[in-house]
Design a protein around this ligand. Structure first.
Ligand code: WTA
Length: 635
């Protein structure tokens, strides 16, 4: 029998050995014992990384919402599934039981069906962190529609790109959203996006902020009116294990965003099993992940993983600083949170405010703390450990990606001894490898290299929507027969992994992946700009911030630099969203280039990081003279 709940370090090793010796048997036992299948699989796994093609539980039939909702009804129907904590602390929190969730998901599923959505159709969800976001994700899954959640901080251009890439027929949104003391006109952004999205037939609008918005006759409908007329029963669509469940876009180093496609059966098994073990969730615990459902962390560890375990999961609409920096701790106390999962950037921002906000709150319910999204620095790790967990709540530094669907390298609390800044050991079934530049695996300890995964795991993305070749090129071409993560890592003397950061042109700012190319493309649209290059540099709170080097056209020379900076950041905000704004913009006469014309970002990165002691040999550059000039005028 499989051991669903790892309780100590020897057990971890025992299970890990089993999981890599015979992964098929390992995952089969877990799938068999802990989930509801309408039909069992014919084959546990077939795979070929050269194509690449991966199939888990082929031939099996299921609906993931039956696993996340229906099967808990008989045993735990009155248990709270979702606690919704609104942006405004004076607005009452909502406790949605599994029974209510069942009814609300079914109602919404019926609304989607009545509006013509069928199995396999793509539905774009552009909603703030309100219950309707989780409910609409599940409603899509109920009827076999493929959800594509777009983070509600993206601009209209970014939204339109994502809607068009996967031909979404419908958009779910709200009149607006609250963000701290501000409101955001989401419907206005959708209207603007839809000017260039001819495939969208309908827009369903949730009322959240009661703002005056315009509704387009025949296209836009208020959600509430439709829900009121819909039945609370909706039979689940029976899906194949390998049917797509959702698309989620992530930035690449070049080109347009990649729509990562996740399928149903393997994703469910892996997110559920990792949730249970990585957070050591026990019946009755209250679990809170502060991410937005617009990112993979929210998909896997606010919605699917917790609900598949019948857990109580908190959804928070607001921001850590509103009405003040004590808000997170107030919520932990109010809802007696046991597991708290957040990002290093939030920890650093909170640490900066001191401990006074923590002292007035009872945090004694906390048992496990988690971090995700970027490397956590030692100082932030200790601040979290000392002041939030009071050294009693182990920190799980979880490394994973949109592409991996679930947590890949992580301590198991109360089992794996933690080590600051280390994600420690692979989760069960995960076989990491460090590779050198010549494509050879680096064995042994105290080494570093490029992080790859040797063997498939159930929740890996199966393709990029509409572009399988790009999936192959990006993840399976750098190293033979391996999935390449794009990250660098080191392995210490006992075999613990530490993720050192991206080795490609993706920059992680406040935990968000940003590709340099789309930002540069946006900047280059400014009429005064000739060329630009973006690099990341270390930032106290954001982890990395963006530094832009911009050369101007002749027509732009002599223009006021501060105005230009504002205009450039406005273009970025319009095209991508405020998360991609540049912290620093330096105007330069030229950009350092190789003889083949490639921008030498390595040099620019060093200058931006104020680390110019060893720039390497610049004499081979096409234009070595610009380097000194850039250094002299660095910001
Ligand atoms: C980075 C987020 C260090 C990494 C779940 C990865 C991390 C990218 C960690 C994926 C961590 C994520 N330590 N770096 N614990 N977790 N990363 O797709 O560079 O938004 O490739 O998925 O974030 O970001 P994504």
């Amino acid at each position: 029998m499989s051991n669903y709940h790892i309780k100590n370090f020897p057990e971890y090793f025992h299970e890990y050995r089993k999981s890599v010796r015979n992964p098929e048997l390992f995952w089969e036992e877990i799938a068999e014992e802990h989930f509801l299948w309408r039909k069992k699989w014919d084959n546990v796994l077939s795979w070929d990384f050269t194509k690449p093609e991966v199939k888990w539980f082929e031939g099996a039939k299921l609906n993931i919402t039956e696993n996340c909702i229906d099967r808990h009804l008989y045993t735990n129907g009155d248990k709270t599934a979702i606690i919704f904590e609104p942006n405004d602390p004076n607005e009452e929190a909502q406790h949605i039981t599994y029974k209510e969730l069942h009814a609300r998901v079914n109602q919404m599923a019926n609304v989607l069906k009545n509006k013509g959505i069928k199995k396999g159709d793509r539905v774009c969800i552009y909603l703030p962190m309100i219950p309707e976001l989780a409910i609409s994700v599940l409603a899509c899954a109920r009827i076999g529609a493929i959800h594509s959640v777009v983070f509600a901080g993206f601009s209209s251009t970014a939204l339109a790109t994502r809607i068009n890439d996967s031909d979404c027929k419908m958009v779910l949104t709200s009149d607006g959203s609250y963000r701290g003391a501000k409101t955001i006109d989401l419907k206005g952004i959708v209207d603007e996006a839809l000017e260039s999205c001819p495939v969208v037939e309908s827009v369903l609008v949730v009322k959240r902020i009661n703002s005056e918005i315009s509704m387009k006759e025949g296209r836009d409908f208020w959600m509430q009116g439709l829900l009121d007329e819909a039945s609370i029963e909706c039979a689940p669509e029976i899906m194949d294990a390998e049917d797509p469940l959702f698309i989620l876009y992530t930035s690449g180093s070049t080109g347009k965003p990649k729509g990562m496609v996740h399928t149903t059966g393997g994703y469910m098994v892996y997110t559920s099993y990792t949730f249970k073990n990585v957070f050591q969730y026990r019946e009755g615990d209250v679990y809170w992940c502060t991410a937005d459902i617009g990112w993979i962390t929210g998909h896997s560890y606010i919605v699917y993983g917790p609900l598949a375990n019948g857990a109580t999961t908190v959804m928070f609409e607001g921001v850590p600083s509103y009405p003040d920096y004590g808000r997170f701790w107030e919520i932990v106390e109010k809802h007696k949170v046991n597991q708290f999962y957040t990002a290093p950037t939030a920890i650093r921002a909170l640490a900066k405010e001191g401990v006074s906000h923590l002292e007035s709150h009872d945090l004694s319910t906390l048992k496990v703390l988690g971090t995700v999204g970027e490397p956590i620095n030692e100082e932030a790790w200790h601040w979290y450990d000392d002041n939030v967990g009071k050294k009693k709540a182990p920190i799980v530094d979880t490394w994973w990606q949109t592409e991996t669907g679930g947590i890949m390298i992580t301590p198991i609390p109360f089992s794996t001894p933690t080590k600051p800044t280390y994600a420690t050991l692979p989760f069960l079934g995960i076989q990491p490898a460090l590779m050198d530049e010549n494509g050879k695996e680096i064995k042994g300890n105290q080494v570093d290299g490029r992080l790859c995964i040797k063997f498939p795991w159930p929740s890996m993305a199966r393709t990029i929507w509409g572009n399988h070749q790009r999936y192959k090129d990006t993840y399976f071409s750098a190293f033979e027969n391996m999935y390449f993560t794009g990250d660098g890592a080191l392995r210490d003397e006992v075999g613990y992994y530490r993720i050192t950061g991206r080795v490609d042109d993706v920059i992680i700012v406040s935990g968000h992946n940003l590709g340099t190319a789309p930002i540069e493309d946006a900047i280059n649209e400014h009429p005064a700009v000739a060329e630009s290059a973006i690099v990341g540099y270390p930032h106290d709170i954001k982890g990395n911030a963006l530094y832009g080097y911009v050369t101007l056209k002749e027509s732009g020379e002599g223009r006021d630099h501060d105005n230009l900076r504002k205009e450039i950041n406005q273009i970025i905000t319009d095209q991508i969203g405020p998360i991609a704004k540049l912290n620093k913009i330096q105007f330069t006469a030229g950009l350092p280039k190789t003889r083949s014309g490639k921008i030498m970002r390595r040099i620019l990165r060093k200058i931006a990081s104020k680390d110019t002691s060893n720039l390497g040999d610049t004499s081979t550059l096409l234009n070595p003279e610009v380097v000194q000039d850039i250094m002299d005028n660095a910001l």
